[in-house]
Each structure stands twice: as C-alpha cells, then as structure tokens.
Design a binder for this molecule. Sequence first.
Ligand SMILES: Nc1nc2c(ncn2[C@@H]2O[C@H](COP(=O)(O)OP(=O)(O)OP(=O)(O)O)[C@@H](O)[C@H]2O)c(=O)[nH]1
Length: 663
Amino acid sequence: MAGAAALRRSARRVVLPGAYALSRALQHPERLLSSQASPDRGGVLGSELGLYPPERVRNFSIIAHVDHGKSTLADRLLELTGTIKKGHGQPQYLDKLQVERERGITVKAQTATMFYRHANNQLPASDQPDAPSYLLNLIDTPGHVDFSYEVSRSLAACQGALLVVDAAQGVQAQTIANFYLAFESNLSIIPVINKIDQPTADPDNVKAQLKRLFDIDPSEALLTSAKTGQGLSQVLPAVIERIPSPPGKCDSPVRMLLLDSYYDEYKGVICHVAVVDGALHKGDKIASAATGRTYEVLDVGIMHPELTPTGVLYTGQVGYVISGMRSTKEARIGDTLHQAKSIVEPLPGFKPARHMVFSGLYPADGSDFDALSHAIEKLTCNDASVSVTKETSTALGMGFRCGFLGLLHMDVFHQRLEQEHGAQVISTIPTVPYIFEYGDGSKVQVENPAALASNPGKRIAACWEPTVIATIIIPSEYVGPVIMLCSERRGEQQEYTFIDAQRALLKYRLPLREIIVDFYNELKSITSGYATFDYEDSEYQQSDLVKMDILLNGQPVDAMATIVHNQKAQRVGRELVDKLKKFIERQMFEITIQAAVGSKVIARETLSAMRKNVLAKCYGGDITRKKKLLEKQKEGKKRMKRVGSVDIPQEAFHELLKVSNSK
Ligand SMILES: Nc1nc2c(ncn2[C@@H]2O[C@H](COP(=O)(O)OP(=O)(O)OP(=O)(O)O)[C@@H](O)[C@H]2O)c(=O)[nH]1
C-alpha cells in the first residue's frame, strides 16, 4: 500500500486541473494509476480523476431479463476491481432498497465507478506495471417491465451494454425488449451467456437464438458464471476493447445530463449526472436548461460505490452533484445542467415517463392524512416517476390519486410507504387512463372512474383505451392455451414465430386494462411458469366502455367505481358484489349491495341484519373486561370505512382490487 500512496502523491503533483490535466495525462499515460494502486474508498481525489480522459473512460450498463443474473454479475465486477470487498456480506450490493432485497428485484438503477487496469491477457499482470488504468462506470438496471423507463434512462449515459442471457433459459421476453432499447440507443452490445455452471446450461442453443433474433455473431458471446467466477476475467477487457469511449468536448463549458435524483435527509438533493462536455468543479455555478435556475456546486464526486467526493468530474465521467436544490422537483430527470451564463444546446433528454396505472391512496385512518401526505412526499422525492394529485372521495375522505408505471411499480410504492414510512393505506381499484369524448367534441382523460359522472349532462360520444404490444415467449406446447387467454382478454394477434425448435414467440395487441394485474399470473399458471412476458405501450383504440358503480343501500361508493368493457360488465359486477358480500360483516340492519351501469342494476346481493352486542358476552359486572372489549371493538372500527351507514373493512377494498383485475 505504501507504493500506492506514493503513486497517488506523485500523481497529484503532476496533475493540473481541467483540460490541461487531461492533455498532460494523455502525454503521460505511464503516470495513470493502476487498479492495484487505485485509491481506497473515500480517498479518490479530483486530481486523480483528471488522469482519466474520455479515452480511458467506459460507461456501460448491464441489461437482461429478470433473474438472469445482472446484479450478481455487477457484484462480481465490483469485487474484481476492488471496489467492494469480496464477500462483503450483503448479497447484491447495488440492490439497496429493502424491497429490492426482499423481492430479489432491482427497482432503482444504481451506478458505481470502478478503476481497472487493463493488462494484456497473454502476460502476467506483474510483468505489465505500465498497463493503462481505466475508469469504468457500471450502471445496474432493473429487468422488470414496469421499470423499462429506468432502463432507457440508464442507457442514455452509456455507450455500451452487457446483454446477459441465462444459459439454460435462453432469450426471454425482456431480453428482446432490452436488446431493442440498447440497439435503438446505438449502444455496442456485448452478449454475455451467464449461469453456464447450471447442469441444464446450453450455451450453443443460446448463441443460435442470439444469431437468429438479433443477428449477433456467436463468436462475440462471452460465457460466464457469476456464481463460480468462470469466464468473468474476459468481461472487463471486452468492455474496454468493444465499447467506445464517451464522446464529448473537454474544452467546452460544462454540459451534463441529469440521470436521476433523490433526496437525502442530510445532504439534500443528490443528482446523478453524466458529464457530456467540459469539467465540473466544486464551487462552479451551474444552471438548469429546463428551469433556468442557477445553483452553486456544493459537492461533486463519484459513486465508488458510495458517494465519494472528488471536487471535480471531467468529460465523459458519471457521478453525483449536490447543488442546494430544495426538492427533487427542481432536479428534472433528463434535464441538461450547464455552466451558468453560457448558452448551450440542451441534450436530447428522455421521453417523459408514461403513467400506465392510476390508483387512489387514502389513509386507513382518516386522521392520518397529514402523515400519509408527508410519507408520499418523501417517497416521491426518491421516485420521481410517480405522479401525485390530491383527491377527495365521499367514501374515503381526503387522499391522493397516484400514477404508476405499472402494477409492480404500484405494489413496490405501497410496500415502501408501509415499510419505510409506517403508513397504512387503502388503495382503490387500479385503472388505466381512458379518453372519453362528449357529444360536443370535447375530450377528457379519465384517471379516476368516479370523476366520470354517470349522467354528466353531456352525452358520451366515444371512448378510447390504451393498448400495449405484448411479447410472450413460451414452450410450443403452451401455444393453444396462451392464444385462448389472449383472445379472452380482447387481444389481437400480430406475430407468431418460433425462436428455436422448442419455443414460440407470440406478439399481441392487448388493451392495457386487460393485463394490469392478473394477466401475468394467469399466463404463468397456464404455462406452468414457463412463459415470459413483456410489453411496450402502443396507441389508444376505440372501445365500448362503461362506468360501473357499486351501491351500498342505494348509495354509490365513489371509491369502488370502475370502468369496464361493456361485454364484461355483467361478469365483473357479479364478482364484485359477491366479494363484497363476503367481506362486509353483517350489521344491525339489512344491506343491499348492487352493481349498476348508469341506472341499470346488473348484480345484486342482500346481507341480512344481525345484532352484535359484545357486552352481552360479559357476565357479571367485571368492568375492566367490559372496557377491554369496548377498546377492541373501537380498534376494529378504526380499520373500517363508513360509507353512509355501512362499515366496510379495509380488506374489502383490497379484495375488490383482485376481482376487478382478474377479468
Ligand atoms: N447457478 C447460477 N446462479 C446464478 C448465477 N448468476 C446469478 N445467479 C442466481 O440467479 C438469481 C438471480 O440473480 P440476480 O443477480 O438477482 O438477477 P437479476 O438479473 O439482477 O434480477 P433483477 O434484479 O430482479 O432484474 C440469484 O439467485 C443468483 O444467485 C450464475 O452464474 N449461476
């Protein structure tokens, strides 16, 4: 380590800030730090970053179908470069969120900077003391369909991607989606066939699939096992040799792409940025191209893998900036940050996230509104892809209408609200954004069915619903049942091909509403878990939609209203009414439960009256026992929502959610 320290000192002496440092570094590559001499965590200094001109930087991502091993591979690369210690005790270092660890999925894309000495593979490293060192930015991405927005965002900062494919499972639906995202972003793609240690691994078959589907030359594929370490030593050399260095002008005023932002209680808003041109120093004044606001750079550094201040970031590098922004609303993802008072061309940015699913979120106990509001605000600071607007429901009181990228995203958001903020929420039936046109030609986007009055005074002339193009990959014996499922869900076949001797690829246009919860579960169950599924959003299509109300004792419960296809209204109405009958406890009066479309009742159930007197259970005059029972009853009441005179338990809302999505 003494040698490493000496190297660092000498490096500091020779390096001057800015472009000059870069040109000096280019003239003296022998002075670049080796990975062995790479700075220990927290010790990375700006002067050392200056030793990595764009030619010695590689920004890449790992993309794959869910569970094919991205995060494990990322961990191995971090270990290999000494960025984290081997066996650091935490599986999947880059999966930081609790929900990510629990569910084993990656939700937020994370970035880590690594230093790697690229020695010639033919010679022992000890014989190559001058082998050049590289700065590698690895961006881990989520694999689930809901988070493809995160994937495309991460790819914007990259010039290449490792496309990881499980050697036994082969190409799956998200492999295809992710390949096209990377391909359309003009990235160099390095195919990595992972999990070759598995007994059922068939790398040759996977190579053939890659050739057939993506025209990838089989000789380009790397064979690895992130578990045993086999083949991993080829990965980083391939990154350096096959992925181009980031383009950008070192001597221009600083211009960077805002990749992501989150709020840290102690540090404030932290922005992840990719520096496209110029260099960024602590103390610089920067401006946002979107808002025009200016900020002073209070701290700047790299993720190595934790925040490591460097005081500077140079062209092509990826890191973080803290600049006194008050909220993540100021840090718009995809925005261009640039040197204040300079005129720059904004970078292309990203397509704004499209909210596919909307749901109302209400505090389980009405008096907790402020607490829920605070929790949602905090969470959206870290997940800017959720849209939030206040709404009021007659049944549930004050709450929020939130837009999510998909159902998993919604689930994850709920889970985080409960786990990280202790919030207890009731959520309403998820809905997709419909478009309704009235007789007078005016159009509205409906994100809350309750907002669509049954008799709006205006005649509804037409309705449209969003559709998706779904890609499904299945073993060929399941083609029949899958085709049946898709037509039940109002799907329209677009493509039917075979990707190898055993597996078929189906493409369907499906109404988004039909797939938003239970489609994937059902698809999995009819294919014994073998189907994989991905979708991309597509156009709106005209459809015969109706609003269905649920009435309790004749009163509509706004939070239970839903929009359904006319043909399915009867079936959904019956199921909702049956479910409610099961979950609403008998009360001291009769309750009628009805589903209605307009003024027409399409399903009805009656719950007979019952008198429930807990105190009757208390014989004699034991007052403490009576009190306890009353307390218990009060607790139970807290978890009820009163609609008119009817108490509805929280579970009823959750159960409705399942019904309305299964049909
Ligand atoms: N046998 C074997 N198992 C592996 C290998 N690589 C990863 N795994 C296992 O595969 C499972 C999924 O790995 P992850 O790294 O979480 O997969 P991922 O692609 O990051 O998944 P998401 O983050 O959910 O998209 C884990 O149980 C890993 O331990 C490998 O090379 N061989």
